[in-house]
Design a protein around this ligand. Structure first.
Ligand code: BMA
Length: 324
């Protein structure tokens, strides 16, 4: 079968870093339960991870770890970078799962993160130029919604947001647009769950969208519920460069999933949860940072050319291939 041989030819696309996990709670400069699901970006030529840190009460905040090569010699900031604002109702139960993009036009980073309100999780936005001072824009979409990232640029003057509302229990990936980062509309389903498939129960954006010559690379998580809990695996899609609501390709197969013993050990076994990625143009390497079992941070790497050639061999949902 053509499809099968394409998959085999490219397999495995992502290789786990041999020293995984790269960050764990034992290393943290203060006592914490878990460090996972980090946003990733580059600041002053270094890799910066904005890590979700869960304290011993079960509430999360965001903290920074830096490394020159994005793999070794991590340095942790001694204090949280973004903590729940006690006066903001929506941040009452913590801040989770940030995604980061650099908005070149504005000269600042945008961080979309989950604020856990007592009415459920919602998506908030904060802006920063240096990861020292943050301007909170506040909630941008109501509960229940999470797994969100802006695109790093506008489309016909409008910002675009990928997010994952829960509607009548269904968890599909949506895209929405805004003229000003505050008012969001023109909502459309982007990547739905696929009944019966590995991503049948829920899908959600993983890392921030990455611009490539072939389209926007989307790395997402898909969930299947089994007799012993949920399995969180990783899939890929490619969106049109100028009309990002058009899905050009979607992988049939997952490209990474819980397999190693350390991906079965922790607070939530069976979870590989991508949340940040960095593409190094010089080497062509894509570094994928993923939360492992809601406890630690892992790294997997891939060759961007191989990722794109794999995706271009995948079905095009707009051409009538399976897409839900
Ligand atoms: C999702 C999110 C993630 C978490 C995952 C697995 O719904 O809440 O933060 O890593 O579940 O527990």
């Amino acid at each position: 079968m053509e499809k099968e041989s394409n998959f085999k030819r490219h397999h495995p696309l992502f290789r786990r870093y041999e020293k995984n996990p790269i960050l764990s709670p034992e290393q943290w400069p203060y006592p914490v339960n878990a460090v996972f699901n980090p946003g990733a970006t580059e600041v002053d030529g270094e890799t910066l991870l904005l890590v979700r840190v869960e304290d011993m009460r079960g509430f999360s905040h965001l903290a920074i770890a830096r490394s020159k090569d994005g793999k070794t010699d991590w340095r942790w900031e001694p204090h949280p970078a973004l903590e729940p604002d006690r006066n903001a109702h929506e941040e009452r139960w913590g801040l989770e799962d940030p995604r980061i993009v650099w908005l070149d036009e504005r000269g600042e980073y945008a961080i979309t993160y989950v604020s856990f309100s007592s009415s459920g999780p919602l998506v908030s936005l904060a802006l920063t130029q240096d990861f020292k001072k943050f301007t909170r824009i506040g909630p941008i979409v109501p509960p229940e919604d999470k797994d969100a990232s802006l695109f790093p640029r506008r489309f016909n003057g409008r910002y675009a947001l990928i997010h994952r509302p829960i509607i009548r229990g269904e968890g599909d990936i949506w895209i929405s647009f805004s003229p000003d980062l505050r008012h969001w509309g023109d909502h459309r389903v982007l990547i739905p769950t696929r009944p019966g498939w590995w991503d049948c129960h829920r899908v959600g954006l993983g890392t921030q969208p990455i611009e490539t010559p072939e389209g926007w690379l989307i790395i997402y998580h898909g969930v299947r519920v089994t007799a012993s809990g949920s399995i969180y695996r990783v899939g890929l899609a490619l969106l049109d460069l100028e009309e990002p609501w058009k899905v050009q390709r979607r992988s049939d197969e997952w490209v990474l999933g819980p397999r190693k013993p350390y991906e079965q050990l922790g607070d939530v076994p069976g979870v590989t949860f991508p949340s940040g990625a960095i593409f190094e143009e010089k080497t062509g390497e894509l570094r994928l940072y993923y939360g492992i079992t809601d406890t630690t941070v892992g790294l997997a790497t891939a060759d961007m050319d191989q990722v794109l050639s794999f995706l271009l061999s995948c079905p095009s949902p707009t051409a009538g291939e399976p897409h839900g």
